[in-house]
Design a protein around this ligand. Structure first.
Ligand SMILES: [Zn+2]
Ligand SMILES: [Zn+2]
Length: 500
């Protein structure tokens, strides 16, 4: 039921003609004066003004058209949002309309994965945000088993085009991200009771989707298969720091001088602080690449974490692996020479209750829960890592491995850890086998060479030296490029990254 008056009217702020083209839109950003204009029963009202759009790359552009699941769509608008509690890592969501049916959805992407959500109506009664705890199960009638992933406040920073409804720019409003089994993903938007622009709470539910099924008329693929390495310079020492995942990396810790920087738009680094140098070189050098478990992987970060149990300090080491935009991230973790391969799992597939975890129908029993904190860090990370950052890490053990639940104040992350041999890692990254476990005693780091070396290791070293000598004599000064990696000849993944 749209009249001409509904669809076209002068901007209440600048007088330019603004047009509501999509029936599902209740708000619009004037492209001339950036006024946020909502339609009320009678007329249009300006409720705020948005800031300039941030440069966040995306294949979607305003008014882009295409086909998805056989239906024509148009990109009607986008909104850019930032966390109110920890600003500086904004994200954006696109308002997609289907003109033939009047349906619409939101589309967002994070770490190379795409999500779409639709508003669930009638909106069931929603629990108040104060009652939600990250990691806890959530009951919403008709929505199956859900898990709270994150609870917090966010602010609209900028927007363009038409929108179904949108909070006043700059005003913090509550939201909760939730997940269900089989990739179900959702958001509770708690809206706003601001009398100027009241927005009722709403529930959005959707799933991760395969970008291959999404066709833009421009022909541009949604997926950017090639991760371009951004060349960045450390603001302190000037060292070259290639950013392997420029679209997703948020923080980099200089491998040369330890300067912690945020990665700003366009790959510029903004120095924040100095991190202590890790007391050891990472076994897998930052930048080393290889094929692990059939996937191209590049080691982008190294973290030493620790916890205190009954007065004793324990340490372990974690290597962040990046597998390209679609494969995303994984970890290798080493403690006392034992390695684990750690992959993130969907919070919606994990049910925690009574000291057990049910992950995809398999039970895992409570093993331990520790307060784990970051002690040293180097490399690039998809979150704003810092020394001292602490999470409650709870492990559940079962026949499938260990399900690890890491709970921070506002967020929970889940991962599955399975044993992996150091030989497999050495082979994958073309490294010499690791010297046995580094033992830390009484909280002091004992450098690897200070440890008593077992006779077996001595023999391995002797044999390796012999092999090297033989190889060197056979190669006869042939350059040795790529045959033996010692960290100095590791190279960065260029445009061919990500394969397929
Ligand atoms: Zn205007
Ligand atoms: Zn530096």
């Amino acid at each position: 039921m749209t009249s001409l008056l509904d669809r076209q009217a002068p901007c209440p702020s600048c007088g330019a003609t603004i047009t509501f083209q999509f029936a599902g839109a209740k708000a619009i950003v004037c492209k001339y004066c950036k006024a946020l204009v909502v339609r009320t029963d009678r007329a249009l009202a300006m409720v705020g003004r948005v800031a300039d759009l941030l440069e966040i790359a995306s294949p979607f552009t305003l008014h882009a058209t295409g086909k998805w699941g056989g239906k024509r769509f148009e990109v009607e608008g986008r909104v850019q949002v930032d966390r109110a509690g920890a600003p500086g890592a904004p994200w954006q969501e696109f308002f997609i309309g289907f003109p033939e049916t009047g349906e619409w959805c939101w589309i967002a992407s994070a770490q190379g994965r795409f999500y779409s959500t639709v508003e669930v109506k009638p909106t069931p009664p929603l629990p108040p945000p104060g009652s939600l705890r990250p990691g806890a199960p959530l009951q919403i009638q008709g929505q199956g088993a859900l898990t709270v992933v994150e609870v917090g406040k966010r602010r609209v920073v900028s927007a363009e085009g038409q929108l179904p409804n949108v909070a006043l720019p700059g005003v913090a409003t509550w939201f909760a991200d939730i997940a269900g089994p089989n990739g179900v993903f959702g958001t509770i938007d708690y809206g706003s009771d601001d009398p100027q622009a009241p927005i009722p709470p709403a529930l959005y539910i959707g799933t991760q989707f395969d970008p291959a099924g999404f066709q833009l008329d421009s022909g541009q693929p949604l997926e950017q298969p090639q991760a371009k390495v951004a060349e960045a310079q450390c603001p302190t020492c000037g060292g070259s720091l290639p950013i392997v995942a420029p679209g997703t990396a948020e923080r980099v810790v200089c491998r040369y001088c330890g300067t912690v920087s945020d990665i700003k738009q366009g790959g510029r680094l903004e120095a924040l602080a100095q991190a202590p140098k890790p007391p050891m070189e990472p076994y897998i050098p930052i930048g080393a690449q290889g094929t692990l478990r059939g996937k191209q992987s590049i080691c982008v970060g190294f973290v030493i974490r620790g916890c205190t149990v009954e007065g004793d300090r324990y340490h372990w080491r974690e290597y962040l692996l990046y597998g390209g935009p679609s494969a995303g991230y994984a970890w290798l973790m080493e403690e006392d020479g034992a390695w684990k391969f750690v992959v993130p799992i969907n919070a919606g597939d994990v049910r925690e209750a009574n000291n057990t975890v049910d992950y995809r129908g398999q039970y895992y029993r409570f093993k331990q829960s520790v307060s784990a904190s970051v002690e040293a860090v180097v490399g690039e990370f998809y979150w704003r890592v810092e020394v001292g950052e602490t999470v409650q890490a709870t492990d559940y053990e079962g026949s499938g491995g260990i399900v690890s639940v890491e709970r921070a104040e506002t967020e929970v992350t889940h991962s599955l850890c399975t044993p992996i041999s150091d030989g497999e890692i050495a082979l994958a990254f073309n490294l010499s086998p690791p010297v046995q476990a580094y033992h830390y005693q009484g909280g002091d780091y004992a450098p690897p060479q200070a440890k008593r070396i077992s006779p077996a290791v001595v023999w391995v070293i002797i044999i390796l030296v012999i092999i090297l000598v033989v190889l060197a004599s056979e190669c006869d000064g042939g350059g040795g490029s790529g045959s033996y990696s010692s960290g100095s000849n590791t190279h960065y993944v260029g445009p061919s990254f990500g394969g397929k």
